[in-house]
Ligand binder design. Structure first.
Ligand code: 13P
Length: 205
């Protein structure tokens, strides 16, 4: 499947399973010296391969549909993560709720309840709040993404990177589900101990 078709298939899958809604979120994939990205104000549920916008890796929009207003932070995530081939940004409910907590550890937003969350992420940093599309999001995302392949945006949502679209999507889903567990458990939760987390990260590096 061409990258355009893969991007649309991953976006549809996220939409039908409720990880995104309305025109929230954006998704991109790197192809050589440019990225293909969802156009601004588009729905993951109705994207077509021909709808995608193209932006050079240096940030110039290329001919075609207007890119997502968040193209600049997608590019920042690619700069911070040389291994990344795809970036998924969601406003999925529980991850976004975590990003809005009054008391939030900006270096690592969630306790580790289950092994895969520890195996996939060294930490979940939070980039400070700026309005959607604000250019100041890019340096903030770049700094957070240097520490982890995924992060939260304060009062906004999540960003996940991956070598492939499938990997970035799976990581975004993992964050949403860990955030859901966090709210389901409340004060009753028992997080893995720092030793258990360290052992998982050693074994599954
Ligand atoms: P775009 O429609 O421009 O991609 O913006 C949606 C969004 O999720 C902003 O963060």
């Amino acid at each position: 499947m061409r990258l355009r078709e893969q991007l649309v298939a991953v976006a549809h899958s996220l939409y039908v399973r409720g990880y995104t809604f309305g025109t929230a979120g954006n998704i991109s994939v790197r192809e050589g010296e440019r990225i293909l990205i969802s156009p601004t104000n588009s729905s993951f549920g109705s994207l077509k391969p021909g709808d995608l916008a193209e932006v050079s890796l240096t940030g110039e929009p290329l001919p075609g549909p207007s890119p997502s207003k968040e193209a600049h932070f997608h590019l920042a995530a690619y700069r911070a993560r040389p291994e990344a081939g795809a970036v998924v940004h969601l406003h999925s409910c529980h991850a976004t709720a975590v990003s809005c907590l009054a008391d939030l550890d900006m270096d690592d937003a969630l306790p580790v309840y289950t092994p895969y969350f520890a195996m996939r992420l060294p930490c979940l940093p939070v980039a400070e709040y700026y309005p959607p599309g604000d250019p100041a999001l890019a340096p903030s995302v770049e700094a957070a993404a240097a520490n982890s392949p995924a992060l939260l945006l304060r009062n906004h949502g999540s960003i996940a990177t991956g070598r492939t679209l499938q990997e970035a999507s799976a990581l975004a889903e993992e964050i949403e589900e860990q955030a859901r567990l966090y709210f389901l458990l409340g004060a009753r939760g028992r997080a893995l101990t720092p030793e258990q987390v360290a052992e998982l990260r050693r074994r599954f590096r």
